[in-house]
Design a protein around this ligand. Structure first.
Ligand SMILES: O=C(O)C[C@H]1C=CC(=O)O1
Length: 94
């Protein structure tokens, strides 16, 4: 199943710089592992914001929740999920 996900990151300003760097590094590694596994096929920065638009390709709602709640930045994110279905006018779906 495909999901469109918007993530808005709000790291508290008083978080220790070393802690912030460590969490962001773990976030990058986790994200890139999921990208290599094909579960996170698209990630785009939203211009001018500490936010991204992403596409996830996972089995179901439960897997998406597991993936998202495992994000190291999850405690500092607002996340909006939109489930995607095939559009009948999409020429790539035959
Ligand atoms: O920077 C972000 O948009 C937040 C998060 C998502 C992937 C990643 O590496 O960091």
């Amino acid at each position: 199943m495909l999901f469109h996900v918007r993530m808005d990151v709000n790291i508290p300003h008083d978080l220790a710089p070393d802690t912030r760097s460590e969490i962001v590094a773990r976030e990058k590694a986790y994200s890139q592992e999921l990208q290599r596994a094909g579960k996170w096929p698209h990630i785009w920065r939203i211009v001018g914001e500490y936010s991204n638009f992403s596409i996830f390709d996972v089995a179901d709602n439960d897997e998406l929740h597991t993936v998202l709640s495992g994000l190291p930045l999850f405690p500092y994110m607002d996340i909006r999920v939109t489930a995607l279905a095939k559009h009948p006018s999409d020429i790539s779906s035959g």
